[in-house]
Design a protein around this ligand. Structure first.
Ligand SMILES: Nc1ncnc2c1ncn2[C@@H]1O[C@H](C[S@+](CC[C@H]([NH3+])C(=O)[O-])CC(=O)[O-])[C@@H](O)[C@H]1O
Ligand SMILES: O=C(O)C(=O)Cc1ccccc1
Length: 240
């Protein structure tokens, strides 16, 4: 279904929430909003195929409709693995479960509706946070990344995708302009772009590259690899 959530003028634009109306149009919304989304999701599957260790758990934190989980299931062949997908939006989790259970696979999947901060992370070989950390309060981010590091086995990876802020004003405007043009070309109007921007203002507080890299290094990760970037969207692999 087509995303027309911000197509009509609103007297007041409230904070963006992952509710029923967003879940309903989410595949269209994310596809038209994040450059390279399909490429990123497929590469998550490939990386999971390569880094999944036998007798380990794979996590998809902030799974939404389970796109990254589905990609991982396509590629993982390591023995005795399980996948845990977590999201705190009931509307997302309900659809995610239906989607995942609709396909047969050798990799068992557990879908949990909870704040990812309440989920115990252990014996992990692959952890995915595909555009999720940006929705969590900045002061909680270091603690979360530390916990993920602790839950990973040696040689395990964290795949972290985020919208980025550039650390100069001119550079930041440049990447935002490119992103807005991307949205226009995908059929979003000026009104849709600006109302969604307002809705995200208080709920999506984004970091720059250096902040992410420092946070990952501080947690203990030995290597952070920027493997994808297009405009203000990036994905890193951090290796334990
Ligand atoms: N504290 C939290 N705990 C659990 N889930 C959360 C939390 N905060 C936000 N979420 C969830 O994180 C997801 C972010 S969308 C991820 C796309 C997906 N990864 C994809 O590969 O398609 C990204 C976007 O919409 O830009 C939403 O489903 C929230 O409910
Ligand atoms: O649409 C945007 O401007 C974004 O930054 C990406 C996005 C995609 C889906 C939900 C929320 C934010």
């Amino acid at each position: 279904m087509k995303d027309a959530i911000y197509s009509q003028p609103r007297k007041q634009v409230g904070d963006f929430r992952f509710d029923e109306s967003v879940a309903e149009v989410f595949p269209d919304m994310i596809q038209r909003s994040i450059p390279g989304y399909d490429t990123i999701v497929d590469a998550i599957g490939q990386l999971a195929g390569k880094y999944a260790q036998s007798n380990s758990t794979l996590y998809d934190l902030g799974c939404s409709l389970g796109a990254a989980s589905m990609a991982m299931r396509r590629y993982v062949s390591a023995e005795n693995c399980q996948l845990v997908a977590v999201d705190n939006s009931p509307a997302m989790v309900e659809r995610c479960e239906r989607h995942i259970n609709g396909f047969k696979s050798d990799l068992p999947v557990q879908v949990i509706c909870d704040d990812l901060q309440n989920v115990d992370i252990h014996d992990a070989s692959v952890i995915v946070m595909n555009f999720t950390l940006q929705f969590i309060a900045p002061e909680q981010r270091q603690t979360i990344i530390n916990r993920l590091y602790q839950g990973l086995k040696p040689g395990g990876i964290l795949i972290l995708s985020e919208k980025l802020r550039h650390n100069t004003q001119a550079g930041n405007e440049l990447i935002i302009d490119l992103h807005h043009e991307f949205k226009r070309r995908n059929g979003y109007s000026e009104l849709e772009i600006s109302q969604k921007r307002t809705a995200l203002e208080n709920v999506m507080l984004i970091d720059d590259f250096a902040t992410h890299e420092e946070r990952l290094t501080h947690a203990g990760f030995s290597d952070t690899v920027l493997w994808f970037k297009c405009f203000n969207f990036a994905s890193f692999v951090a290796i334990k």
